[in-house]
Design a protein around this ligand. Structure first.
Ligand SMILES: *Cc1c(COP(=O)(O)O)cnc(C)c1O
Length: 359
């Protein structure tokens, strides 16, 4: 059957070449007569995959050697709790810059565990822009400053990490990791759930500086204990083996696309094509301050919201799937992660132009 173009925010589309390889190897992985799902995570073959994939991810992101790279579970949501629980001492303050839905969730979880301070909150700007730096109030003794690189729902992205030296930066990169090169050395900890740019749900990638590893208390619950997980090569308990395997195929696919520089070039061009279509029309609008527009998630509204249902119905019948915006923002949203081919964006732009003509 024909594949559709899937613009869902997550779980999101995967590269076709990766799915084909996973299909071809499903019943007999490495010609061994069993699926990777059925193989022991302690066996030689999976351990090799794990080590190799970590090396490849480090290579793609140019992770400094001393940093730990962990393959965890529990999604970004478990990181929302793990970060304050294990990186801040009891009673120690934690700082949160909130620029959208996910930052707010992360801050709310932290507030249940530690004294949480909001550095700035873009809600007054309807999360269409980032509060000006002069308006941030920074806590002096904070254990870290947390922010969300790409707000998946609001379509707002902070590309360059804020220039700060009073506390390590902790960043939720769930919907942007692997979409472009990033200066890993500027961060204390980066985390990302897999189901946007990395692979299937169930896997969470964590990259952390060794001094933050040292902060983890001895009695932290095992599944949250970054230090012990790092010490065990992310095999403290059974990892999400199949998700990890698919992620390893994605890493190779990204490398074949020219690595993160190649990925960035394609992502920029896809996003430009879509924003150009929106900006030159009187019918579609994207309200995010252009300097903060996301390359990954492009929310847009129709001039006449009564046409939303028809837009969704017709787009779906043309094989353009998952364009309904989140109810908090309304309208439409096109998620155009790494795996969305340029032809997918071109098909969407063509459809949007045709729909506007007929409206
Ligand atoms: C999807 C997403 C999350 C939530 O991830 P879960 O794995 O469902 O917990 C958190 N933050 C961002 C930026 C996301 O895009």
């Amino acid at each position: 059957m024909d594949r559709i173009f899937n613009f869902s925010a997550g779980p999101a589309n995967l590269p076709l070449a990766v799915l084909e390889q996973a299909r071809d190897e499903l019943l007999s992985w490495q010609g061994r007569g069993l699926s990777v799902m059925e193989d022991s995570h302690r066996g030689r073959h999976f351990v090799e995959l794990a080590e190799q994939s970590e090396r490849e991810l480090r290579g793609l992101l140019a992770v400094p050697d001393e940093y730990a790279v962990l393959f965890m579970q529990g999604g970004a949501t478990l990181q929302f709790a793990t970060v304050p629980m294990t990186l801040a001492g009891e009673g120690q303050g934690v700082d949160y810059l909130i620029t959208g839905h996910w930052g707010r969730k992360a801050a709310a979880e932290a507030a249940r565990l530690r004294p949480m301070r909001v550095v700035a909150d873009g809600d007054g700007l309807r999360y269409r822009s980032v509060p000006a730096r002069e308006e941030w109030s920074l806590g002096e003794n904070a254990a870290y400053l947390h922010y969300t690189a790409n707000e998946t729902l609001h379509g707002l992205e902070i590309d360059a990490p804020p220039e700060l030296d009073y506390a390590p930066l902790v960043c939720d990169m769930s919907s942007t990791l692997l979409s472009r090169p990033i200066p890993v050395e500027r961060f204390g900890l980066i985390y990302a759930c897999a189901q946007k740019n990395i692979g299937p749900a169930g896997l969470t990638v964590v990259i952390m500086r060794p001094d933050l590893l040292e902060r983890v208390p001895e009695d932290a619950p095992l599944a949250l204990n970054y230090r012990k997980i790092a010490g065990a090569g992310s095999m403290l308990n059974t990892p999400a083996t199949f998700s990890w395997y698919v992620a390893s195929l994605v890493f190779r696919w990204v490398a074949r696309q020219g690595g993160l520089a190649g990925m960035a070039e394609r992502n920029r061009s896809k996003a430009n094509d879509l924003y150009d279509c929106i900006d030159r029309s009187q019918f579609y609008a994207n309200h995010v301050d252009p300097q903060w527009r996301s390359w990954m998630n492009v929310p847009f509204t129709l001039a006449d919201p009564d046409l939303n249902a028809r837009f969704l119905e017709s787009s779906e019948s043309e094989g353009l799937y998952g364009l309904k915006g989140h109810r908090a923002v309304g309208g439409m949203r096109a998620s155009i992660y790494n795996a969305m081919p340029e032809e997918g964006v071109k098909a969407l732009v063509g459809f949007m132009e045709e729909f506007e003509r007929r409206a």
